[in-house]
Design a protein around this ligand. Structure first.
Ligand code: CTP
Ligand code: CA
Length: 222
């Protein structure tokens, strides 16, 4: 019902959202991942759609239903996400990267199940591409780029570094150690950081965080 009351203030805007974790295979039965539930990104995609935007969602594996009226692309690894995002970023007015992308993947993926032995096992990991950094370096004029940042310490400082290094217009910082924030729950406590502003929100529902985030972005692109 609430959705019926939403203003259509994003009509005509093309938005790309990423959500969820990536999975990096070790062998056919195992992978490396993180605790991302996808809820924040899915909420953003849904609210963009309800406010009239044309939305593409690139998502890692989650337990969530894809939002209605959103063009949803399912991916597994960071490499898949890189390909899906870079081939869908052209012509987008706003890109919001809420996904928790693995920074490292196993350097070799075993074709057969790795069998245990009595000795220690070391996994060699290699870096994945930084998708957001790539987008920042190849940004079209007028495109608004928003990242997310998960930290357990020095949240604002570290997030500001990401804003600058990745050429972002905004970064949404989360402190994982804060009550009511982070990956799994339905609430989040975030700080919006731009080159010249910093806005701290209290604990709120992820859909309300999405509403506030989109209000902040619209103020800056219009
Ligand atoms: N990101 C990305 N591609 C990666 C890693 C991160 O696009 N390979 C994006 C995330 O989607 C997020 C932002 O970069 O929007 C910040 O992610 P985060 O993990 O907080 O920061 P990193 O830059 O990866 O640095 P670190 O993990 O060392 O804090
Ligand atoms: Ca990271």
């Amino acid at each position: 019902l609430r959705s019926c009351a939403l203003p259509q203030d994003m009509a005509g805007l093309k938005v790309l959202v990423t959500a969820g974790p990536t999975q990096e295979a070790i062998d056919p039965v195992r992978f490396i991942t993180n605790h991302s539930s996808g809820k924040m990104g899915y909420s953003i995609a849904r609210i963009c759609m309800l406010r009239g935007a044309d939305v593409t969602l690139v998502t890692g594996r989650t337990a969530l239903e894809p939002p209605m009226f959103v063009d949803t692309i399912h991916v597994i690894s960071a490499l898949d996400m890189f390909r899906a995002v870079t081939s869908n970023s052209q012509g987008k007015d706003i890109i919001i990267k809420a996904a928790a992308v693995a920074d490292y993947r196993p350097a070799q993926v075993s074709e057969e199940k790795v069998k245990k032995s009595d000795s220690e096992l070391a996994l060699s990991l290699e870096r994945t591409d930084d998708i957001l950094k790539y987008l920042g370096e190849h940004k079209a004029p007028g495109q608004f780029l928003c990242g997310f940042s998960m930290e357990t310490e020095h949240m604002v400082e570290n997030s500001r570094k990401k804003l600058v290094n990745k050429h972002l217009d905004m970064i949404v910082a989360n402190n994982l150690k804060e009550e009511g924030a982070g990956f799994a729950g339905n609430t989040n406590a975030v700080t919006f950081i731009t080159p010249d502003t910093q806005t701290e929100l209290g604990i709120m529902d992820k859909e309300d965080v999405a509403m506030c985030l989109l209000d902040e972005i619209l103020k800056r692109i219009r």
